[in-house]
Design a protein around this ligand. Structure first.
Ligand code: CAA
Length: 379
């Protein structure tokens, strides 16, 4: 097997690392404390081409591909996991337009999203439809040349700051995953409002809101793809999204490992540095090994995407393993900090809270296992 990171991909990784170190790391703790969405930093990420990495240059993107995207996202997550989820969802939101958008839709929205002039969000989840999006009740009813949308979406990442939202809603009478369609909603659509902002355990610098549609009118030409294709649009977008969350998880896990190493080297007990104790060294060895495996699983899924191969199973494996690794690494890092890790004085406390979301959103670990088992048994 030959897999090498190219010099272009390495340059992108270093560019993202440099940006994260200068623009995110110094502010991340404060943004977390105050729950501030870092608008300026996200804008700069757009200018650097980090929000449209899968979009070809002819359509405004950097065309860097999924491997470069994963490497860059790991660096962003290492410094600020909240900014990483923003980057991940922004890139995810280009996928439906890229795959299902017509020429007019691509010119109108994809160019802006890929160049970072517009921020995109993805609205699938509802209060009663989380792991099972096929049970959604938001409707889009065709009336002449308009769709009238009614319903509520929840847990929408950066919903308040998005210019353009990918929405999945029910257009047909069929039940379950059939009868759903995909649309583009612009932020100033009449009848569309932002609802409650969630106060979250972690990722507090990522904005998470409810979107409310009350007789919201949008032009019929805002539909992406054909009527009834909405579930497929969502699943294809989530396949890519899961590479993003896996990458975010690897970045968080690496930050946990580095915090653990640096603290245990300087912390002295029983007359020596605690990093010299075998109990601590084994914890570090286990975390480092899992992180290496998570990173390779993630890059393997990204590489398949770049090569135009199906990557549903690989993205779910990467997301499952990397997110569980982020959590076990955070647990380990906090444990080796002892009581200090449980305070706000050390970065591990934030990493511990941020890691927790990764096994939940974009499909829980249990949903990833369903996807993996189905694909493996099918094979
Ligand atoms: N690519 C393309 N098509 C797919 C697909 C994929 N990855 N997965 C399923 N489909 C197609 C199937 O082929 C099937 O097509 P037909 O009807 O033509 O046969 C159709 O979609 C229905 O598929 P299933 O029968 O597999 O559907 P299901 O109801 O059993 O659900 C599931 C499958 C994998 C559990 C899916 O519901 C799922 O992924 N659930 C989790 C949802 C999720 O991840 N939500 C996260 C919200 S977004 C978020 O968190 C964003 C954020 O802001 C951070």
């Amino acid at each position: 097997m030959a897999f090498e990171i190219s010099s272009e991909q390495e340059m992108i990784r270093l560019m993202a690392r440099d940006f994260a170190k200068k623009e995110l790391e110094p502010m991340a703790a404060e943004w977390d404390r105050q729950g501030i969405f870092p608008t300026d930093a996200i804008k700069k990420m757009g200018e650097l081409g980090l929000l449209g990495m899968m979009v070809p240059p002819a359509l405004g993107g950097s065309g860097a591909g999924a491997v470069a995207y994963s490497l860059a996202l790991q660096e962003i997550a290492y410094a600020c996991a909240s900014s990483a989820v923003t980057m991940s969802v922004a890139n995810l939101s280009t996928e439906p337009l890229l795959k299902f958008g017509n020429k007019e839709q691509k010119e109108k929205w994809l160019l802006g999203l890929a160049e970072g002039a517009l921020l995109g969000a993805f609205a699938l989840t509802e209060p009663g439809a989380g792991s099972d999006p096929g049970s959604m009740t938001t409707t889009a009813e065709l009336k002449k040349d308009k769709y009238i949308i009614n319903g509520t979406k929840v847990f929408i990442t950066h919903g308040r700051y998005a210019d353009v939202i990918n929405l999945i809603a029910r257009t047909g009478q069929e039940k379950g995953t059939r009868g759903l369609s995909a649309f583009i909603i612009e932020k100033d659509a009449q009848g569309f409002t932002i609802g409650t902002k969630e106060e979250k355990l972690g990722l507090r610098a990522s904005n998470t809101v409810e979107l409310v549609f009350e007789d919201c009118e949008i032009p019929a030409k805002n539909m992406l793809g054909n009527p009834g294709e909405g579930f497929k649009v969502a699943m294809l977008a989530l396949d890519s999204g899961r590479i993003g969350i896996a990458s975010q998880s690897v970045g968080i896990a690496r930050a946990c490992l580095d915090e653990a190493i640096s603290y245990t080297k300087q912390r002295r007990q029983f007359g020596k540095s605690v990093s010299s104790f075998q109990a601590i060294r084994f914890m570090i060895a286990d975390a480092a090994t899992k992180i290496e495996a998570a990173s390779w699983l993630t890059l393997a899924a990204a590489d398949r995407k770049d090569r135009g191969l199906k990557f549903t199973k690989e993205a779910s494996m990467a997301k499952l393993f990397a997110s569980e690794t982020a959590n076990s690494s955070a647990y380990m890092a906090l444990q080796v900090h002892g009581g200090y890790g449980y305070t706000k004085h050390y970065k591990v406390e934030r990493l511990y809270r941020d890691a927790r979301a990764t096994t939940i959103y974009e499909g829980t670990s249990e949903i990833q296992r369903i996807v993996i088992a189905r694909e493996v048994i099918k094979e």
